[in-house]
Design a protein around this ligand. Structure first.
Ligand code: NAD
Length: 305
């Protein structure tokens, strides 16, 4: 059986497939047209976040039986059309949890102590100490929106920094909040009381645009906002305006409504209180091997029925 790998995935998963007798082609950076023209030859497709498996791609995929997403978010796949066509969609939801959690922690620390800005200043030959005065995390409140795999781990790590952790997640039971030491509150309460707000929901119909101008206006003045979930959950134009007005004091963003984020669509250019990374949440050696192997196993299980 033939499998197409259309994004960069770690070689371990590819080797596992080949070892089990699958014929694997690796073709990255295909645009929709190129994908449509070759997808008909494959029984399985493995993607990361760059490939968009649209309705047109699925319609052209005559013998496709499974789409594997090496990672958690399946918002890049038209699941409805895939399901109608009887194509199984599998993901690798757990292997990059720790990586995304640790990246979020790094982003929180970076905007709190201005580390990238201070580094750049020093590399430019300056020695500026007053300009980079930070704040302390201890005794601040962090509001976690989406207390799932990643959100709950953020809570644990930020509790170690002696932060108060509150959360908004209408889909987890109150006991889970108690177990985690996270006070579950409604969204408006979280927005109004957190010093840091970090987003960890999946991208769904409900969460698309969930944090926009109206929600930012309800936040504490001087709040810091972190998004390592999915770009479209947060309105980055509204965030940029709030950074300019001082309503938001700092932001750390890893994911964007449109990726890659090019200079012409980047609303944060020249904003010194912002730290951006190019969707690096899952980019650790361990996570990439983990998602590659997990998705390969999922794809083989689906093909073996
Ligand atoms: P998860 O499914 O374990 O947790 C998501 C949580 O969000 C769940 O507890 C769910 O109940 C909650 N939720 C759903 N809808 C909600 C809503 N409307 N309001 C509040 N909470 C809601 O997922 P996870 O593994 O923790 O991943 C979280 C997010 O991180 C996903 O969007 C995923 O795609 C993203 N992610 C990003 C990277 C990256 O590279 N930046 C890496 C891994 C995961």
């Amino acid at each position: 059986m033939k499998i197409l790998v259309s994004d960069d995935v770690a070689v371990e998963g590819v080797n596992l497939l080949r070892h089990n007798g699958y014929d694997v082609d690796i073709k990255v950076n295909l645009d929709e047209k190129a994908l449509i023209s070759c997808i008909g030859a494959y029984d399985g497709l493995i993607t990361r976040s760059m490939t968009h498996v649209t309705e047109a791609v699925i319609e052209a995929a005559g013998k496709l039986k499974v789409i594997g997403r090496a990672g958690v978010g399946v918002d890049s796949i038209d699941i409805k059309t895939a399901t109608q066509r009887g194509i199984i969609v599998v993901n690798a939801p757990t292997a990059n949890t720790v990586a995304a959690t640790e990246h979020t922690c790094a982003m929180i620390m970076a905007i709190t102590r201005h580390i990238p800005q201070a580094h750049n200043s020093l590399m430019a030959g300056e020695w500026q100490r007053e300009r980079f005065t930070g704040i302390q995390l201890k005794d601040k409140t962090i509001g976690i929106i989406g207390v799932g795999r990643i959100g709950s781990r953020i809570a644990k790590r930020m509790q170690a920094m002696e932060m108060r952790t509150i959360g908004y997640d209408p889909y987890i039971p109150a006991e889970r909040g108690q177990q985690l030491g996270v006070e579950l509150v409604d969204l408006d309460t979280l927005l109004a009381s957190a010093d840091y707000i970090t987003l960890h929901t999946p991208l769904t119909k409900e969460t698309r645009g969930m944090i926009g101008a109206a929600e930012i206006a309800k936040m504490k003045r001087g709040v810091r906002v972190i998004n390592v979930s999915r770009g479209a959950v947060l309105d980055i134009q509204a965030l940029a305006a709030a950074l300019q007005s001082g309503q938001v004091a700092g932001a750390a963003i890893d994911v964007f409504p449109e990726e890659p984020l090019t200079q012409d669509i980047n609303p944060f250019l020249h904003m010194d209180q912002v730290v951006l990374t190019p969707h690096l949440g899952a980019s650790t050696v361990e996570a990439q091997i983990g998602v590659s192997v997990d998705v390969a196993k999922g794809v083989m299980a689906a093909l073996q029925g």
